[in-house]
Design a protein around this ligand. Structure first.
Ligand code: AHR
Length: 378
């Protein structure tokens, strides 16, 4: 996988004709973090997309490549790391001009931004979509303008998949299934396999792939367990403030009936933990409520280390180098995989569950230590 990053970097060097790229070691300061290129090309790539057309032609001569990037917003630590990855990758030094638009979690802002990018005749449009649906019309406009569109992070659901060139992001359903498998294995190992377990789900932005996959992963496990009850599922919009607000209201409604709080990202978990503790309850495997989370950001794993979050399933935000790899392949006239899932880990507070099994595949569970946190890029 590191080979892949290196290859993209070399192609970038060649197409830009930048002597500095290979010349001196200190020019790598702008290069992405070492573990950034973990796109698992083999995991899910199904079909290939044709090389980019009109937009790419302008930039193929070796000039600056202009990217219009419509980012969801700045709702979470994950999103901040993702924006940073895109900005550091698509820098002037690397031969790009990045037009970055923060849509503040609103699809209408993203549609306006894309129309703006089309007017500005950018070489590529990169879209991190807030929700899956509602993109057909504007992506058709981009296609008509001959601008290749790369989807990153969450997915789009469109009637014609030629409306985008490639997608790279997470397998959110697998994330949810891994988390639910950990809960099942933990409760069984702890002698609570037959106990009545009440769960609340603080969901992400409704209609986002990250919400759909994680909610579905939990729901499937609830359906498979007669003794698990999903007391409530309510959106926390992937933010700390809303996560806290939702948890406060759930505590008023269900109080100490709640056994497990399944938060669909780290920031919601931070807010939920504040609400739980302020209400006088304790969190953790030996506490009143088990808190689970997604993302595995630095702060999220720190809350695992201090035993507040019991299980944290990774969602990797370092997509900049992956998108650059796709663009450089297109610039070189090559083919790219239509869909690429990234490899992701699962972390826990202790080693009670060594591996989780989903669809016959074992995934190792990493016990969080300070060294584990220190070794990570986000
Ligand atoms: O789409 C990825 C999700 O979006 C991350 O889990 C969350 O933190 C972000 O806001």
């Amino acid at each position: 996988m590191k080979k892949k990053v290196l290859a993209a970097f070399m192609v970038a060097c060649m197409s830009l004709g930048m002597m500095a790229c290979g010349g001196s070691g200190d020019t790598t300061a702008d290069a992405p973090a070492a573990d950034a290129g973990t796109a698992d090309a083999g995991a899910a790539g199904t079909e290939s997309a044709p090389a980019a057309d009109a937009g790419a032609e302008d930039s193929a001569a070796g000039g600056t490549i202009t990217i219009g990037f419509s980012q969801v917003g700045a709702e979470s630590d994950w999103r901040t790391a993702n924006s940073e990855s895109m900005k550091s990758t698509f820098s002037k030094e690397n031969g790009y001009e990045l037009i970055f638009d923060d849509a503040q979690q609103k699809q209408e802002n993203q549609i306006a931004a894309i129309r703006n990018f089309i007017q500005q005749e950018v070489d590529y449009i990169v879209l991190a979509p807030v929700t899956e649906t509602g993109w057909d019309a504007v992506l058709q406009e981009a296609k008509d303008a001959g601008i290749p569109v790369i989807i990153v992070d969450r997915m789009v659901e469109v009637s014609d998949d030629s409306l985008f060139t490639a997608w790279v992001g997470s397998n959110f359903q697998l994330e949810g299934e891994k988390a639910a498998a950990w809960l099942d294995a933990y409760l069984t190992a702890a002698g609570r396999g037959e106990e009545e377990i009440n769960i609340v789900d603080i969901q992400g932005t409704i209609g986002a792939s990250a919400q759909i996959g994680r909610t579905n992963g939990l729901q499937a496990a609830v359906d498979a367990h007669d003794n698990w009850t999903l007391l409530a599922a309510e959106t926390g919009e992937f933010t700390q403030a809303k996560g806290q607000e939702v948890m406060e209201s759930l505590l008023k409604q269900y109080g100490d009936q709640i056994d497990v709080v399944y938060c669909e990202n780290d920031n919601e978990a931070f807010g939920a933990i504040d609400a739980i503790e302020q209400a006088g309850y304790t969190v953790g495997l030996d506490g009143d409520m088990i808190v689970m989370s997604f993302d595995s950001t630095n702060a999220g794993l720190t809350d695992v280390l201090n035993t507040k979050i019991s299980c944290n399933t990774e969602c990797n935000p370092l997509h900049g180098p992956r998108v650059a790899d796709i663009i450089q392949k297109l610039e070189a006239g090559g083919e790219v995989e239509k869909e690429q899932y990234v490899d992701e880990e699962i972390f826990a507070v202790d080693g009670t569950v060594a591996t989780v099994n989903v669809d016959g595949v074992d995934y190792e569970v990493t016990v969080v230590t300070q060294d584990v946190i220190d070794a990570r890029a986000y």
